[in-house]
Ligand binder design. Structure first.
Ligand SMILES: N[C@@H](CCC(=O)N[C@@H](CS)C(=O)NCC(=O)O)C(=O)O
Length: 407
């Protein structure tokens, strides 16, 4: 029996994965990104009706300001369509349309709004239920004030400085850290003012406004500064706030995973990691829903994934006499192995293209293509651009497991 036949076909893998998860995306052939999420509430629209909101956001889904708007749309269950803007090559129609030329922008019932804060407030006005600002007028005013202050209180500048600047001496770094911690102390105090884990007594635009930045910092600071927000006893309320966010399904749809955030910092700003990434969240890695979602994504979008690996990972160098068939077969096999492992877990796959049996041999070229494909995809996938953060974590954890047994 040939190696290729020892693992299910793509069609079988897709069918099994789809039985295990309702998660689906829209395919966008020939476009970037190659898939797009489907808003949770889209099914509420009558057929052939345009969604009331069109969100303009970045193609890579890295933009924290876009994440705010997406988070609010999902929380408020507003059906929306998305137009992706390539920030490295913004189309003229976009720069003509939006005075700042930045993302996000939105058309809300045909009216253009830009600046994340203004979009959030406009959504609140046009779609008041469920409310993301407190009903109580006094508390409502406090929440609005906190949303305003998020743009002016210097928190983003101070945190970016601490995270990204390359200080010349230890004192300077200690000062940046102290300034940053003083800002987090202010959050602790703000979070103490109302009952419950959020900034005001209900989940609100304040939480939405801060979550993308605090999330990125919590992922990046341990790796780039050796500094931990999560688990830090100085910030118990902030930690309880993260835990509370984690209970919200909408948050899981829109957030990035730690590795995406870490890679972004290295690729976008050339930051040098000083320690390894945080361990992959074990609960997400083992979560059968996330594993099935990752397998579904890979199986459904396999043509794009395989073409990308072949074109960009370097595996082409392993093609003997320019014959790519073997390389392509090896990539195809290993990705099916990955999808199969995600669906079935341990014991269902033969690692590394072994033909079976205790002393079976490994074809080193076949295994090398697999190892490259796995290592490439581990860093290639990006959440939530390609799949949810939980699925991306399960995907990377499965790759680690398979990589450990390629040879
Ligand atoms: N204050 C703006 C900031 C938006 C922003 O900085 N967007 C970035 C992406 S994260 C952008 O559009 N960058 C493209 C550029 O600078 O040309 C908001 O809150 O919406």
């Amino acid at each position: 029996m040939s190696i290729q036949n020892t693992i299910s076909t793509w069609e079988e893998l897709l069918e099994t994965a789809q039985k295990k998860t309702p998660a689906r995306r829209v395919k966008r052939p020939g476009q970037s990104p190659s898939t797009a999420p489907i808003p949770e509430s889209l099914h509420k629209l009558p057929p052939d009706t345009a969604p009331p909101v069109l969100l303009y956001r970045d193609t890579n889904s890295w933009c924290p300001f876009c994440e705010r708007v997406w988070f609010a749309l999902e929380e408020k269950e507003i059906p929306f369509a998305t137009e992706f803007i390539d920030l490295s090559n913004k189309p003229k129609w976009y720069t003509d349309l939006v005075p700042t030329t930045l993302v996000p922008a939105a058309k809300i019932e045909e009216e253009l709004v830009y600046e994340s804060k203004d979009i959030l407030l406009a959504l609140e006005e046009k779609f008041p239920h469920p409310a993301l600002l407190p009903e109580n007028p006094e508390e409502n005013a406090v929440a609005r004030q906190l949303v305003e202050e998020a743009e002016t209180n210097g928190f983003r500048n101070i945190s970016y400085k601490f995270l990204r600047e390359a200080p010349t001496d230890a004192n300077e770094l200690a000062n940046l850290q102290a300034e940053f911690e003083a800002k987090l102390d202010e959050f602790e105090q703000a979070l103490a003012k109302y009952p419950g884990p959020y900034f005001v007594s209900t989940f609100s635009l304040v939480d939405i406004t801060y979550s993308p930045h605090l999330d990125r910092l919590a992922a990046n600071l341990p790796v780039y500064r050796g500094y931990h927000i999560k688990g830090n006893p100085r910030f118990p309320r902030l930690n309880a706030w993260f835990d509370a966010l984690n209970q919200r399904p909408a948050y899981h749809r829109v957030k990035s995973d730690n590795i995406t955030n870490n890679l972004l910092l290295r690729r976008r700003w050339g930051a040098e990691p000083i320690s390894n990434s945080l361990p992959l969240d074990a609960a997400d890695s083992e979560n059968i829903q996330y594993r099935a979602e990752a397998a579904e994504r890979l199986s459904d979008n396999r043509e794009v994934a395989i073409a990308d690996v072949i074109k960009n990972s370097g595996v082409q160098a392993l093609a003997a006499d320019g014959d790519f068939t073997t390389v392509k077969d090896a990539v195809d096999f290993h990705l099916r192995q990955l999808a199969d492992y995600l669906i079935h877990g341990n014991g269902e796959t033969l690692p590394g293209g072994r033909t079976g049996g205790k002393n079976s041999s490994v074809d080193p070229i076949f295994a090398a293509v697999g190892a490259i494909a796995f290592a490439y995809l581990r860093n290639r996938i990006c959440a939530p651009r390609d799949m949810s953060a939980g699925a991306a974590t399960a995907f990377r954890a499965a790759i680690d497991k398979l990589l450990a047994s390629v040879y």
